[in-house]
Design a protein around this ligand. Structure first.
Ligand SMILES: CC(C)(COP(=O)(O)OP(=O)(O)OC[C@H]1O[C@@H](n2cnc3c(N)ncnc32)[C@H](O)[C@@H]1OP(=O)(O)O)[C@@H](O)C(=O)NCCC(=O)NCCS
Length: 307
């Protein structure tokens, strides 16, 4: 029997959205030779079934659940799998720049901003504007900022995916030795008394399994100017050499294409999919689901009838 497909599942009791416990699905893969034969659909449906039945059993059916996942908008096969299993697209986030640009900068040992000529794009007013980012330290400050941004249309999904960045633990986490090792910080942008953005920064990524060796910024900003200022701030204030920024909603493709600075290099959107968790137990048949690292909520799914 061989492994036909793999999916990673994780959840946190404390991550609630719309009074539901959130489950995250990522890293789905089907063996290349088996793609396009329904294995992906079967795998995801079996995973949904496994999550729903296991969780409901351990919680006396009382708590409602919701499922979240992401994919690139160009990944038609994955989008089709979501569609068939009644997941709906929920939000779009943008990664700036694309991973190949970051890789190129690292390979050439250049600062990201040297890879493309930014001299005309960073104007003096933008540079001044970008100096307005200030550090925040407490859970209260972070939560208040997030609530204000939500009132301006932000959904702030990303911290739910990357739990170490969530408001609940950000202030505690900032004092943790790993956060210190990663030189984590949180910044907010306030102009004329109005909040325009919040950034979570990881200057160094300490991750044994997948060392990325560049800095990561998770930004929730409300307009293109604030989005541009994240890049200037990262380059000129934080002095980061190579980094990428994930923009949460409300930054959309048109903000990126309208910005001289952001549009100089390609960025990559990805779509968040959501399932309301209902009727998960009606899907997923003829599959054997094997947890391979139960403590990290990983599971691999093995199709019974594959050699
Ligand atoms: C995405 C992936 C998991 C899907 O698995 P799969 O076994 O191929 O999926 P299924 O066969 O169940 O369904 C795929 C559907 O997409 C359709 N599809 C595949 N490629 C397509 C394309 N280029 N355009 C439109 N539809 C496409 C298939 O026809 C099928 O629909 P159908 O059942 O109505 O014919 C698999 O292709 C894979 O491992 N890809 C590489 C890794 C990856 O991208 N993972 C997702 C990360 S979010």
């Amino acid at each position: 029997m061989g492994v036909a497909a793999f999916v990673n599942m994780r959840w946190r009791e404390r991550h609630h959205n719309d009074n539901r416990v959130l489950f995250f699905f990522d890293g789905m893969r089907v063996r290349e030779s088996l793609r396009g034969n329904g294995v992906g659909t079967l795998t995801l449906s079996a995973a949904m079934h496994a999550i729903s039945s296991t969780y409901r059993m351990s919680n006396n059916h009382k708590t409602r659940i919701a499922l979240l996942s992401v994919t690139n908008p160009h990944n038609k096969a994955m989008r089709e799998v979501f569609h068939k299993l009644r997941w709906t697209s929920h939000e779009v986030m943008h990664v700036w720049p694309t991973p190949d640009i970051v890789l190129d900068a690292k390979r050439r040992n250049m600062r990201l901003m040297e890879v493309f000529d930014e001299s005309n794009s960073i104007t003096a007013p933008l540079r001044e504007f970008s100096k307005q980012w200030t550090a925040v330290f407490t859970e209260g400050q972070i939560l208040t900022a997030m609530k204000l941004l939500q009132q301006q249309g932000a959904s702030y999904q990303r911290p739910l995916y990357y739990d170490v960045e969530s408001a609940e633990c950000a202030s505690t986490f900032l004092k943790h030795k790993l956060a210190l090792a990663e030189r984590r910080s949180v910044w907010r942008l306030q102009i004329d008394g109005q909040l325009r953005g919040l950034i979570f920064v990881r200057e160094i990524v300490v991750e044994q399994s997948e060392p990325c060796k560049h800095s990561l910024l998770s930004a929730c900003v409300v307009d293109a100017q604030a989005a541009e200022s994240c890049i200037v701030f990262a380059t000129e204030h934080l002095a980061l050499d190579v980094f990428n920024v994930v923009y949460d909603t409300p930054i959309r493709s048109h903000h990126i294409s309208q910005s001289k600075l952001l549009s100089r290099v390609p960025s990559e959107p990805f779509v968040i999919y959501r399932h309301d968790g209902s009727q998960c137990d009606k899907v997923g048949v003829n599959m054997e689901c094997t947890a391979v690292e139960p403590q990290t909520q990983r599971a691999r799914l093995i199709r019974n009838d594959q050699p």
